[in-house]
Design a protein around this ligand. Structure first.
Ligand code: MHF
Ligand code: KIV
Ligand code: MG
Length: 279
């Protein structure tokens, strides 16, 4: 604990109470140092299953496991003090039944200390969300583009244009009624996102949705320019650290090959300096 009083992390009900208030700020994190950098700037930090694509080189989130989520969740927890931690339930850890969802959500929370879980799905997951919430597990819902359904959606496309809008609206109402404390709207058209935000009693967290949402989230490696395999339109690069890191690595390689690194200040003398009286 530092000497100055530190802000206590919000819980799920604190986040719920922020509906219609100042925008909620969130990013993903997967490691302790990155979590530390955002702890004083974010209301909540998501340990996203995007970790599979961002840090493990997987081509989708479908191969992410409970073990991966637990290890990254534990790492992130060590870096957070002021921000709440939310953790994604990975593909196939909750869809089978409410009982399966409860067992795995409880395991994720017990192993990592996360204050809530997030799971993908609307109307079809409402019974599961209700089951978890009634048994003490706060749930953040995730509707619109749900990347774990990439194989049935056929691509990372906008969800809810034209005649699809009613279905996304129904999802938003279903997760609200089921007891979710907030909902991520991913790649939903702006007008629909605003309509959902105005129409439901829980905070909407936008990613490719609308500035009118109650909060925003981005994948941290996207906004820092570390992840460059693809760039969704909704990503704004606030820094371009990937190329900066590569330039540093190239400089190191050149200096090693030229025997310019290590220099005198990086190596050790054969004998300890003598400790004589100060002159
Ligand atoms: N680095 C990263 N950022 C993310 O936002 C993210 C992940 N990984 N992994 C898990 C999911 C996958 N997500 C994605 C992936 C791609 C697009 C996307 O817009 N891709 C294409 C368009 C593809 C299409 O229209 O079919 C693009 O234009 O960038 C959006 C969200 C969001 N999540
Ligand atoms: C993009 C956010 C919402 C997410 O689910 C993830 O990072 O896995
Ligand atoms: Mg996710």
């Amino acid at each position: 604990m530092s000497a100055t009083a530190r802000k206590k992390a919000p819980n799920a009900e604190d986040i719920r109470a922020r509906k219609g208030d100042d925008p909620l700020v969130s990013l993903t994190a997967y490691t302790t140092p990155m979590a530390r950098l955002m702890d004083n700037h974010c209301d909540f930090v998501l340990v996203g299953d995007s970790v599979g694509m961002v840090l493990h080189g997987l081509s989708s989130t479908l191969g992410v496991t409970m073990e991966m989520m637990i290890l990254h969740g534990q790492a992130v927890a060590r870096g957070l003090e002021a921000a709440m931690m939310v953790i994604d339930m990975p593909f196939a850890s909750y869809e089978e039944s409410p009982e399966q969802a409860f067992r795995n959500a409880a395991h994720l929370m017990a192993e990592t200390g996360a204050g809530a879980v997030k799971l993908e799905g609307g109307v079809e997951m409402a019974d599961t969300i209700r089951f978890l919430v009634k048994r003490g597990i706060p749930v953040m819902a995730h509707i619109g583009l749900t990347p774990q359904s990439i194989n049935t959606l056929g691509g990372y496309k906008v969800q809810g244009r034209d005649e699809q809008a009613e279905a996304v609206l129904a999802d938003a109402h279903a997760v609200t009624e089921a007891g979710a404390f907030s909902v991520v709207l991913e790649k939903v058209p702006q007008g629909l996102a605003d309509q959902i935000t105005a129409g439901i009693a829980i905070p909407t967290i936008g990613i490719g949705a609308s500035a009118g949402c109650d909060g925003q989230i981005l994948v941290v490696d996207d906004m820092l320019g570390f992840f460059t395999a693809f760039k969704p339109k909704f990503v704004k690069r606030y820094a371009d650290l990937g190329p900066l890191a590569e330039a540093a690595i190239a400089e190191y390689a050149a200096e090693v090959r030229a025997r310019n690194f290590p220099a005198a200040e990086h190596v050790f003398a054969d004998h300890a300096p003598t400790k004589g009286p100060k002159s």
